[in-house]
Design a protein around this ligand. Structure first.
Ligand code: ADP
Length: 484
């Protein structure tokens, strides 16, 4: 298989700078795709956190003015990644969050900042740097989405393009005056161009012109073509349906491996699943829950926002306690939800306990100790916590939306008798349907053999990047074979 060169354009990348799932995907794909003989090099902004970690940065391209600011492209390595870094201090020399000022507001020049990123990506894709050529330019989210747009309006020979949507809620929508400022021609301001509600839509433009569009699960790919989930872009996505594909995210199964995880109390594997019990006891102690192997221990690890549907769980807590189950919650977000869960913990000491905050290490012990992980999201492009749950034998109870629908096999009678169930799904995302799923979960828990089988099925499911990497590689190769 010949080697393929892909330029990825991402506004964040693990382990250098991360605010969400995009960083994980951008960070994991290069290693996973290397095994498929695809060489990925990633263009990222030169935030201070990035600049500080670069190994042997070398200038490879200079702009006297890029969107009105001096800039250069550096070639470098960092965190095991091959990078191009857009060093434009006027745009990216700001500490903290990549998109927001210290007051939590969008930076007022985000249109210029990420147009500069995409412009540099388009130029690299067209061969601006000697000895570098990309077969495919792969842009992520609205921050990279103008790359296919620039390549379209530039005309001439261009590499093929892919745009990935990680969450369609974020679209990059700016005033009409942005058009001239970012160097797009006046005729781009039309419905078949970047025009979006009388302004300029970055994601919208990218969805118009990318050769292929991907999102992070097949079900989310279908959902965003509907008014309910499409956030006003469903019509355009329906027009482009033939170019749209869903590929689920994987997890790093060397970091998330219960046999070697140093954050958990007792290491275990599918072969030594009874060892899990030590983690349950440790977790109960850590949370101040009654220490006992009897009750089903339900866990939540989540941002506490409307998307995640945890208000539904809050409504069902009295029932959960009445069934003799326990809840351990780790999360932070909306104040009303934080207060709701804290009040429930006070009302049910020993049975409900909450830790408000973000604690990566504790999240490992939780996955190792809980019996079930609940993810009642109203929408979920892919979701990671259910994947960690599967790997750790914490059986997922999930709303049947997005990536949750694609990664968990519901323990219905057919799946149980075929021996393939890995969790429980419910639909719609409502309190009564969650209540019903919890009841089913507690019945499963009471059936020791079926519960063990379901847990083991989850632990043996392949949730790594290996499968997704093959799908991305196939997509790149198909694209590279066709003419622009
Ligand atoms: P989203 O990106 O929408 O928040 P995902 O399920 O895709 O949801 O990813 C969430 C990631 O953040 C997971 O790795 C999860 O373990 C982690 N996480 C969320 N909340 C917390 C928390 N309070 N403490 C530790 N880890 C958390």
């Amino acid at each position: 298989m010949s080697s393929l060169s892909v330029l990825s354009i991402a506004s964040e990348i693990y382990p250098l700078i991360k605010t969400g799932g995009l960083a994980d995907v951008a960070g994991a794909l290069p290693e996973a795709l290397a095994r498929e003989n695809v060489a990925i090099r990633t263009l990222i902004p030169g935030y201070p956190a990035v600049m500080a970690k670069l190994e042997s940065p070398t200038p490879v391209h200079v702009y006297s003015s890029l969107m009105g600011a001096p800039a250069r492209v550096l070639a470098a390595r960092a965190g095991g990644l091959d990078l191009f870094v857009l060093d434009a201090p006027q745009f990216f020399g700001r500490p903290g969050n990549p998109y927001l000022d210290v007051g939590g507001r969008d930076w007022p020049d985000n249109d210029l900042r990420f147009a500069a990123l995409a412009r540099a990506g388009a130029d690299l894709g067209k061969g601006a740097v000697a000895n570098y050529a990309a077969d495919v330019v792969h842009a992520h989210d609205w921050q990279g989405a103008l790359a296919p747009v620039f390549l379209h309006y530039d005309g001439g020979r261009r590499p093929r393009t892919v745009l990935t949507i990680h969450n369609i809620a974020f679209q990059g929508h700016f005033p009409a005056a942005t058009l001239g400022a970012i160097g797009l021609p006046a005729h781009a301001m039309q419905i078949d161009g970047v025009e979006y509600f009388n302004g300029v839509g970055y994601l919208k433009g990218g969805l118009m012109f990318a050769d292929r569009i991907t999102t992070v699960s097949p079900t989310y790919a279908r959902e965003i073509m509907t008014p309910e989930f499409g956030m006003a872009l469903d019509g355009l996505l329906r027009v482009r349906a033939d170019a749209v594909e869903g590929i689920v995210n994987g997890i790093d199964d060397s970091v998330w491996n219960p046999a070697t995880d140093s954050e958990i109390a007792v290491n275990y594997s599918a072969l030594r699943i009874e060892m899990r019990a030590g983690n349950k006891a440790a977790l109960q102690r850590r949370f101040g829950l009654t220490v006992s192997s009897d009750p089903a221990l339900v866990g939540v690890i989540s941002r506490l926002t409307a998307q995640k549907g945890l208000d539904l769980l809050l409504a069902e807590l009295p029932d959960l306690v009445a069934h003799g189950a326990q809840l351990a919650l780790l999360g932070s977000g909306d104040k009303s939800l934080e207060e709701g869960f804290l009040a429930a913990a006070q009302n049910h000491p020993g049975a409900i306990a909450c830790m408000i905050g973000y604690d990566e290490n504790l999240s490992h012990l939780m996955q190792a100790g809980i019996d079930f992980i609940v993810v009642p999201s109203r929408f979920e492009p892919c979701g990671l916590t259910q994947l960690y749950g599967l790997r750790y034998g914490a059986t997922p109870i999930v709303a049947r939306v997005g990536g949750l629908a694609d990664t968990v096999i519901d323990a219905n009678d057919a799946a149980l008798s075929a021996g393939v169930a890995t969790g429980l799904q419910f639909s719609p995302p409502s309190a009564p349907s969650l209540a019903h799923a919890l009841k089913r979960a507690f019945a499963l828990y009471a059936d020791e053999a079926a519960m063990r089988r379901t847990r083991l099925n989850g632990m043996r499911a392949d949730v790594s990047w290996r499968g997704p990497a093959k799908q991305y590689a196939a997509l790149y190769r198909t694209l590279a074979r066709t003419d622009a």
